[in-house]
Design a protein around this ligand. Structure first.
Ligand code: NAP
Length: 274
């Protein structure tokens, strides 16, 4: 954590202090989450970093030591509800509330319908959907504290996927888990509105990360982590309801998603492997 009393940086520091947010970021150890962690810390925010890989989180925190931000490493496995509750207590003790809960952690496994495996679906849902619900349970009281303080409305945001817009082959588990995240957050948005909490859903297209490195199919209009981070940070600053990028790709997928079922079927069939 950097000191904020340096006279040479006092103007910048006080400007930053005004917009300084208390953030809980999950999936902070890799890919989009690591990019977000580094950016949010560089922007001077106070960021609780969560993932299983303690070494990676510690490295990000160490790199931010001399910068304007404050990192709190909260290592946890998101499939462990008690660990999530303990993490929230740790964050409350240090930050005294949350201005942004940014649920980014996720996993991807593709289903082989010839050897249908329900366990795979359970695993993907445990990380992508159930863990998100469990983090929300623990984060909401902290967001309500910020709402009670007045000022800018606190935010709950989750990284879904453009795959939520359009069912694709082999994406039964991943796509359904992300569609569940999108639906859940959009529904929750309505019920949190009068509690002073804003909800954003983030729908990235393809981003070059360790998660997509495993993909053995074409990924059109793939963007870099830096581009993804820029789009997410800009969208969150505007409290956008649906943050989707790259827009040429996501608008096309959205359009395909509202085509009549027979057309969606024939387009989807062209992407199958059999
Ligand atoms: N890359 C894309 O093209 C793309 C497109 C659309 C949506 N997304 C979504 O964007 C998010 C980030 O993906 P990414 O591409 O950056 O993937 P990534 O590099 O694989 O990062 C995934 C992050 O989630 C964390 N995580 C996974 N399982 C966890 C668990 N059980 N407990 C705690 N942390 C866990 C990982 O940390 P540890 O392994 O250290 O626990 C890691 O920090 C995901 O929700 C993904 O579905 C990605």
């Amino acid at each position: 954590m950097a000191s904020h009393d340096s006279s040479t940086t006092s103007t910048t520091a006080s400007a930053t202090a005004k917009a300084r947010k208390r953030i809980w970021l999950t999936g902070a150890s890799s890919g989009i989450g690591e990019g977000l962690a580094r950016r949010l810390l560089a922007d001077g925010h106070r960021v609780a970093l969560s993932a299983r890989s303690a070494d990676k989180l510690e490295a990000i925190a160490a790199d931010a030591e001399q910068g304007p931000g404050e990192a709190l490493v909260v290592t946890l496995d998101l499939t462990d509800r008690e660990a999530i509750r303990a993490a929230a207590s740790q964050i409350e003790a240090r930050f005294g509330g949350l201005d942004l809960a940014l649920l980014n952690a996720g996993t991807c496994e593709y289903l082989d319908a010839r050897e249908f495996e329900a366990d795979l679906v359970h695993r993907v849902f445990a990380t992508n959907f159930q863990a998100a619900v469990d983090v929300i349970e623990s984060a909401l009281p902290l967001l309500r504290m910020a709402a009670a303080d007045g000022g800018e409305r606190p935010q709950l945001a989750a990284v879904s996927s453009a795959s939520a817009y359009l069912p694709l082959p082999r994406a039964e588990a991943y796509g359904a888990s992300k569609a569940a995240v999108s639906y859940f957050l959009e529904s929750l948005r309505l019920d949190l509105d009068n509690q002073g909490i804003d909800v954003s859903v983030i729908h990235p297209g393809f981003v070059k990360t360790p998660l997509t490195e495993r993909n053995d199919f074409p990924m059109p209009m793939q963007v870099t982590v830096e581009q993804a981070v820029e789009a997410i940070v800009a969208g969150l600053a505007r409290h956008r309801l649906d943050i989707h990028f790259p827009r040429r790709f996501t608008l096309l997928v959205k359009l395909l998603g509202i085509l009549p079922a027979p057309l969606r079927r024939s387009i989807g069939l062209r992407m199958t492997r059999d």
